[in-house]
Design a binder for this molecule. Structure first.
Ligand SMILES: Cc1cc2nc3c(=O)[nH]c(=O)nc-3n(C[C@H](O)[C@H](O)[C@H](O)COP(=O)(O)OP(=O)(O)OC[C@H]3O[C@@H](n4cnc5c(N)ncnc54)[C@H](O)[C@@H]3O)c2cc1C
Length: 401
């Protein structure tokens, strides 16, 4: 991991001297990386259950003030830059991509809450800076890529919404204390009926079930949320009624760059493993790297990781501008395809060992494939990029004509 830390520091000299960074790196090196192969989660009786090492990791991260990075300083967090969070994601991607996703989902829940009322911010954000985790719940059986098709019903009754329905594939299920949930609060159908509600984990009638086991990202608890007449206070709506989809899509733009960072960190880990293996492994009396084909493959891998990182930095620089949506989608599209490609090639370079179920490269490859679905599939990114391009050129045409 030291090389990766040096590379990141070269992009932003001085980053390494920040208070939390050395502690964070030590936790990853000493506690997270050694536990990668066996650290998984299960959902039992509505709660996510981890091996005992998990508690030690979370305790150490709290002590290192890591949770504060995601929360604005006025609410108990720390003053951070977009690069700080991105670097943390690359390091998590290298050490434990599933754990990276836990923090991407947590961060998106915080981004949503940060758009809430002063009372909502005061109530939830300081808790989250202390280590209470959040989740963001959009996906349903009939609403995957098309988030506007969400049907979860929240009907106004006296001082509450009564929520009924289900969400699936929700990261941090049974782990989070605070769920930001996209629900239909109006009698009309379609995207304009959708609003975001804050649902606390102890809400009556709110339960969590397990889903069939995932292929990778084992540490990430991904479950089904079930709501049966669950009362949610009217005051728990974030933003204006009917604006929930727009609000959610805005925060997901930021999530895309974080997923792209996880992809770059994970790709670097795979690259490093295969680089050393190809030097060690001898066939025909020579290391694999003496073959020009293999050394060229390794060069290509490294170049593609840096190309993806370049797109990530472009997006980071465009944060807050009208180009951010397109650039964060481009970064996510390229980085997720890059890591899947590198993982597939690395498995072949490992020979038969790469096909063994518990082999590290096989586990990392399964994590890499999971990157396709998070914060929108590749086709969804292409839809966004095309839409943004049309918007840009339509504007230019109107100015010219
Ligand atoms: C590990 C993991 C964690 C997740 N965490 C969360 C979470 O925390 N919160 C949450 O809300 N959701 C979460 N999800 C769900 C994820 O967001 C969805 O899986 C994703 O949006 C795709 O939806 P879908 O699976 O229903 O696929 P579908 O939307 O059914 O798509 C199937 C395929 O068709 C393609 N496709 C769909 N429509 C079109 C079109 N018009 N044109 C071209 N191609 C199209 C897609 O790209 C995809 O390849 C998670 C999923 C996974 C695997």
């Amino acid at each position: 991991m030291d090389n990766l830390v040096d590379i990141l520091d070269s992009f932003q000299p001085g980053w390494r001297k920040k208070e939390y960074v050395e502690n964070f790196i030590t936790i990853l090196r000493d506690k997270v990386i050694p536990a990668y192969s066996f650290m998984d989660s299960k959902i039992e009786n509505g709660r996510a259950v981890f091996p005992k090492e998990w508690d030690q990791v979370i305790y150490a991260l709290k002590e290192a003030h890591f949770f504060e990075l995601f929360v604005p300083p006025e609410y108990g967090g720390q003053k951070t830059s977009e690069e700080d969070i991105y670097f943390a994601m690359e390091l998590l991607g290298y050490s434990s991509p599933g754990m990276g996703i836990i923090f991407v989902s947590h961060g998106r829940a915080i981004d949503i809450l940060a758009m809430g009322t002063e009372k909502q911010k005061q109530e939830f954000l300081p808790r989250m800076a202390q280590g209470h985790l959040g989740a963001i719940a959009i996906t349903e059986e009939k609403a995957g890529s098309d988030a506007g098709a969400v049907e979860l019903m929240a009907k106004k009754v006296d001082h509450h919404y009564l929520v009924n329905g289900q969400k699936i594939f929700i990261s941090n299920s049974g782990l989070a204390d605070v769920y930001t949930v996209l629900a239909s609060t109006k009698d009309i159908k379609g995207p304009r009926s959708l609003s975001v509600l804050i649902v606390e984990s102890d809400t009556p009638g709110f339960t969590i079930n397990r889903l069939p086991e995932k292929e990778g990202l084992k540490i990430l608890p991904t479950g089904k949320l079930i709501f049966k007449d669950s009362p949610v206070p009217l005051a728990n709506m974030v933003g204006n009624e009917g604006m929930g989809l727009l609000l959610t899509l805005d925060v997901i733009d930021r999530g895309r760059i974080h997923i792209a960072g996880i992809c770059c960190g994970l790709a670097y880990r795979i690259f490093r493993e295969i680089y050393h293996y190809a030097h060690r492994r001898k066939q025909f009396d020579h290391p694999l790297t003496s073959s020009q084909d293999i050394s060229f493959q390794i060069s290509d891998m490294y170049s593609k990781i840096n190309a993806a990182r370049g797109l990530c930095f472009q997006a980071l620089r465009q944060f807050g501008t009208p180009y951010y949506r397109m650039s964060s989608s481009q970064a996510k599209l390229f980085a997720s395809q890059m890591v899947m490609d590198i993982a597939a090639k690395a498995q072949i370079l490992m020979g038969g060992r790469g096909y063994l179920k518990n082999d590290l490269i096989n586990q990392l490859s399964a994590d890499a494939r999971g990157m396709e679905y998070l914060e929108g599939t590749s086709n969804v990114q292409k839809m966004i990029i095309a839409r943004e391009l049309f918007r840009m050129y339509h504007k230019e045409k109107n100015n010219v004509d």
